[in-house]
Ligand binder design. Sequence first.
Ligand code: MN
Length: 493
Amino acid sequence: MNSAAREVWFVTGSQHLYGPGPLAQVAEHSQTITASLNAEATLPVRVVFKSVLTTADEILRLCREANSAENCVGLILWMHTFSPAKMWIAGLTSLTKPFLHLHTQYNRELPYATIDMDFMNLNQAAHGDREFGFITARLRLARKVVVGYWQDSETVADIAAWSRAALGWNESQTLKVARFGDNMRNVAVTEGDKVEAQKVFGYTVSGFGIGDLTDCMAQFGDDDVAKLVSEYHDTYLIAAEHDKPEPLAVAARIELGLRAFLTEGGFGAFTDTFEDLHGMGQLPGIATQRLMASGFGFGGEGDWKTAALVRIMKVMAAGLPGGTSFMEDYTYDFAGAPKILGSHMLEICPSIAAGKPTVEVHPLGIGGKSDPVRLVFTSPAGAAVVASIVDMGNRFRMIVNEIDVVDPPQQMPKLPVARTVWLPKPNLKVAAAAWIYAGGAHHTGFSQALTMQHMEDFAEIAGIELVRIDSETKLHQLRRELTWTDAAYRIGR
Ligand code: MN
């Protein structure tokens, strides 16, 4: 993804009441703020100052322009002065791009000794933004309100986080998910309404037979395969006992085929299932892991919702320190502060590896195929989030838990898969109960780059329900919240 080409438009609202002098000043101040934001390394997009809008026609025209501008992922709207908000109704109701309402003021300090009515008329975002806030509330529009002085790091961080959510949303609109085989038989949570998902998130999910993939794998010559196997040797550690030419060659051919299939088809995410691997030789392990590291989303066992989510999270996280992976709550350590060991049969992204991964070949208990090749590693300690999107029948719900990844208390020399150990917030007892009451899946998007704020901003833009599980979560409150939210969605429909 080339997020450098992505833009957020900075638009300032005003009116003609003040005359050309103040309006010129409003424009100048807006340009100064835009330049200041663009000087911030943390902003993942270019901020483009468009204009000071003073009439309903101008506002509508700009919103339509934003809708059709491919590089524009969202708008920052600021009422430097007072912009009567009926002027915004036509524009805002036609706007299809996300917007952030920036509530700031050009002057940091009040000039007590010199303040006069000219200053008051120019610097009146304090009430101009409230007028704008009313109309966005009255229109029930999804939005992010950021309050703070425009040079403060917290304000910039809020804008940066929202910009990342807008980038994720932009990706979601055109994302194509390839689905090899169906969902794992009888599993409920990985299912969902694909038509509704396309309506809500924009992405498409297309099914393919495994034969389509094996045809693609067969196109590669043995020299291509040998070249990729030697790349494995150069990139990872391979102990002599795992340096098995045949399984490595099978795995490399799967990677070549999968990568070509996804790239040629314009897919950004994929899913497969061990129940449907005719002619594959192995369940894709290292192939899926390396494709995730290249930016593809993935979900196991036909879980297309998580595959799309992992891709969107990777786009949101691009350029930030810390990796993003498909994840599964696997098993617990109830000793001491209870911890979760997250892993999967094979498919964890090496972007979350603390050191150089090892290539290992081990038998797989399920799937009935030959021993798959996989990368084994442990992820570094630090803050992270896990997120799950489930289909509640009348809506999508996203459940997000803030977690602290820790160094595993002991080595796990016999565990043949990549792993990460974490303490969920506020603790396992509350977090797991909250997750289960909310119906969160065992599959998640895991990120050491993103925070709750990124996920919350994305949920707001997407217009989906968000269940937050963090250090402040109280189970009795969360259970009431789930009941009330459920009622609200029934009424809303
Ligand atoms: Mn799974």
